[in-house]
Design a protein around this ligand. Structure first.
Ligand code: SF4
Length: 311
């Protein structure tokens, strides 16, 4: 009985082995020689996975159809954020139009600080920092009556000057600057205010803004653009600059405003800032520049505003 069972199991194993060999032979015979079945790449980068670059290459490949019917290229994004395509706020046409309108509105404007010579203008400009021209004009007539010449100022101690200029604010620093400038003018420049930018910049309390006021207004030299708080604000609103630093703003303005206009432009914009384009609530409805101004903080507008155009 046991012997019979063993012989039957042996027979079954033999059958299975014969079937396995037969199927393997059939598989190799049925495959065409040279063709290997595709296996997915282990890296995952196999054919059919399209990258963006691959899709572009596929779209632009030089097929007959593509050559006959070239596809339009996708549009590029706007050149500058917050500005429409093709708009150039510093184009000569736009700046020229701006200057023409400023000329009509403010034809003969000049510096509002009262003065009779370069020294008085220099002192008044130093005192006008963080103050108003109206306030400085109240102080200077009394001051120049008390100390008529540069030598009179040079002989003072800063403390002696402080009460006279107290109402203009920052009186300690301003007194130091005025007396220091007077002493330097007497010792190095023969008692006369120098006419060169590099010399003016050696005087205590004198930076480019003050030097530009004196050179442009008294000596009629266009050496730069006066960038005070009004010019700073308005040139940003009008998109003539995106800078915040007065030195960089001046450089931008010097590139777009013709040189012979630098001083006049400064005075016109300063007057515009006082009369209409104030820091808070500018009077846009009355402004001659309204339809070419895209400032984001306008109070009234007939044109679209630009995000980047703000004070
Ligand atoms: S339209 Fe308004 S914001 Fe623009 S310059 Fe004139 S007053 Fe200033």
């Amino acid at each position: 009985m046991v012997t019979n069972l063993k012989s039957r199991i042996l027979h079954l194993n033999l059958n299975l082995a014969i079937q396995g060999v037969a199927s393997s032979v059939w598989y190799h015979v049925s495959m065409v020689r040279g063709i290997v079945p595709r296996q997915p790449a282990k890296s995952g980068r196999h054919e059919g996975v399209r990258t963006r670059r691959g899709a572009k290459a596929l779209r632009d490949r030089p097929t007959r159809h593509n050559l006959e019917f070239p596809q339009p290229k996708p549009k590029k994004a706007a050149a500058k954020k917050g500005q429409p395509r093709g708009y150039n706020p510093t184009s000569p046409e736009r700046v020229g139009e701006m200057l023409t309108r400023l000329d009509k509105t403010y034809p003969d404007v000049t510096c509002a600080l009262r003065h009779h010579d370069a020294w008085e203008l220099l002192v008044a400009t130093i005192l006008s920092a963080q103050s108003t021209d109206v306030n400085v004009n109240k102080v200077t007539p009394i001051l120049f009556k008390k100390y008529p010449t540069v030598k009179d100022f040079a002989a003072l101690k800063p403390e002696a000057l402080q009460p006279d200029i107290y109402s203009t604010g920052f009186f300690r620093n301003k007194a130091k600057s005025v007396v220091g400038a007077a002493q330097k003018i007497v010792s190095d420049f023969g008692g006369k205010v120098p006419e060169k930018m590099e010399d003016l910049l050696t005087l205590p309390g004198v930076a480019r803004k003050t030097a530009n006021v004196v050179l442009g207004t008294w000596f009629k030299q266009n050496e730069g653009v006066v960038v005070d708080t009004h010019v700073h604000r308005i040139s940003r609103r009008l998109e003539l600059t995106k800078q915040n630093d007065p030195k960089k703003i001046e450089q931008d303005l010097m590139k777009v405003i013709p040189r012979e206009r630098w001083t006049l432009f400064s005075h016109q914009v300063i007057w515009h800032g006082r009369k209409l384009c104030m820091a808070r609530s500018p009077r846009c409805v009355e402004c001659p520049l309204e339809n070419i101004c895209h400032a984001a903080d306008k109070t009234w507008s007939t044109v679209e505003s630009h995000k980047g155009a703000k004070a």
